[in-house]
Ligand binder design. Structure first.
Ligand SMILES: C[S@@+](CC[C@H](N)C(=O)[O-])C[C@H]1O[C@@H](n2cnc3c(N)ncnc32)[C@H](O)[C@@H]1O
Length: 397
């Protein structure tokens, strides 16, 4: 695949980019100083983070019945399955290198309403820090945790200990808000949220420092983010600032010829789930910034490839989570999409029609698959920290 965004000429002098020339600063690793404060500047024109918080706070928590009626129910389940596989993969790596009974402390940065709490419970972690800019979402997350805990409390003791606080991870140093600011973490997870920090370099640095600075050596930072290359590829293919399908739409609000490194803003609409400004994450810049804070790229995989890679271990869970739709529709069920959205499934069945067993297949409708494949998973490993003569951290990356 051609790297539409990564290789594109970058407009680092863009007026929207309120920071110092981004490319120069990111490239110059000799400037690396993880102890210095990231230059956090509030956006001049609008405060997007407030917009994001209001947006997420206002999303109502829907019941199971209502969720199952959604046009994108299988894609949401599929995304949730991807998160489960990613979280399990890295928790398992950590457990494999730890002594039995060792603590397993996790930061769920931008945790939302706590959609991953059960994953943390199943993963056997010992402590969880939950933070999000949307205070109403965070309250819902905390009450979900309490319910989960009550289920376990009498019989087994606490499921895991947890702390919750609302704040903007792109502007605030999180460790100062932890109950124990000296605490070492083993895993930092940021699911479907990291891209908000690419509004400016200061915000990106602040978020990355939050992800990195409390991680123990060989701990991991894992994330799911929109794939900027794929987004730019589709934009170029459409030849329009605005493109999408029945279920999603992206509309650029920045220069699409030379998108800036930071502040490459677009509006993302998805069936009433998200409709607020997002920012392209220029991946090579992310890798450089992460290195500055001692995080080394371990893996970067698009959702389609991650699905293939995880399928052998994740088949059972995929079916339990109803992460694919059964095609053709079974008795009393109705497909979420139109007939033509399943041409690929029909073709597949045509090729495999050797007997009854092959007459159904698990799939996603084309419009849902086109949304899922806008994303990638990535993981960074925390390098060992050494200290130079001036007392500054130097990472063995
Ligand atoms: C798509 S939701 C994902 C929630 C959760 N991680 C999940 O996977 O279910 C994005 C979340 O990021 C949060 N968020 C966005 N910008 C943030 C920021 N600057 N600081 C903290 N949280 C932020 C939103 O409030 C929202 O809860």
């Amino acid at each position: 695949m051609s790297d539409e965004y990564e290789e594109s000429a970058v407009n680092s002098d863009d007026d929207n980019n309120t920071d110092s020339p981004a490319q120069a600063n990111v490239e110059n690793e000799s400037d690396s100083d993880a102890e210095s404060e990231p230059a956090v500047k509030r956006p001049k024109v609008e405060d997007h983070t407030k917009l994001v918080a209001t947006h997420y706070n206002e999303i109502e928590e829907k019941g199971l019945a209502e969720r199952s009626q959604s046009r994108i129910v299988f894609m949401r389940n599929f995304n949730n399955w991807i998160k489960s596989m990613l979280i399990n993969e890295y928790l398992n790596k950590l457990k494999a290198s730890q002594k039995l009974g060792s603590p397993l402390r996790v930061l769920d940065m931008c945790c939302g309403k706590g959609g991953d709490l059960l994953k943390w419970e199943k993963g056997g972690i010992t402590h969880l820090i939950c933070t999000d800019i949307a205070d109403v979402s965070l309250e819902q997350c905390e009450s979900r945790y309490k319910k989960l805990n009550n289920r376990f409390d009498n019989r087994f003791g606490k499921v895991f200990t947890a702390e919750f606080f609302a704040c903007d991870s792109t502007l605030v140093r999180l460790r100062e808000r932890y109950k124990d600011p000296s605490m070492e973490l083993h895993l930092v997870s940021c699911q479907f949220a990291f891209h908000y920090c690419f509004e400016s370099m200061g915000q990106a640095e602040c978020m990355i420092r939050n992800a990195a600075e409390c991680l123990a050596p060989d701990g991991y930072f894992i994330a799911t983010i929109p794939d900027a290359n794929e987004i730019m590829r589709r934009q170029r293919q459409a030849g329009n600032r605005s493109f999408g399908n029945d279920v999603y739409n992206i509309e650029f609000i920045c220069d699409t010829e030379k998108p800036p490194l930071f502040g490459a803003k677009y509006k993302f609409k998805l069936e009433g789930v998200v409709d607020c400004p997002e920012f392209l994450v220029h991946f090579p810049t992310l890798v450089k910034l992460c290195k500055k804070y001692g995080l080394k790229l371990e893996s970067k995989v698009g959702f389609a490839d991650y699905f293939q890679k995880s399928l052998p271990d994740g088949k059972g869970l995929l079916s339990r989570m109803q992460a694919l739709e059964t095609y053709p529709a079974q008795k009393n069920a109705k497909l979420v999409g139109k007939d033509e959205d399943y041409a690929h499934a029909q073709e597949y069945l045509g090729q495999n029609s050797k007997g009854d067993r092959f007459k159904v297949v698990g799939t996603l409708s084309k419009p849902e698959w086109e949304v899922a494949t806008l994303y990638l998973v990535c993981a960074f490993r925390k390098c060992k920290t050494m200290w130079d003569a001036e007392g500054k951290p130097v990472y063995d990356c």
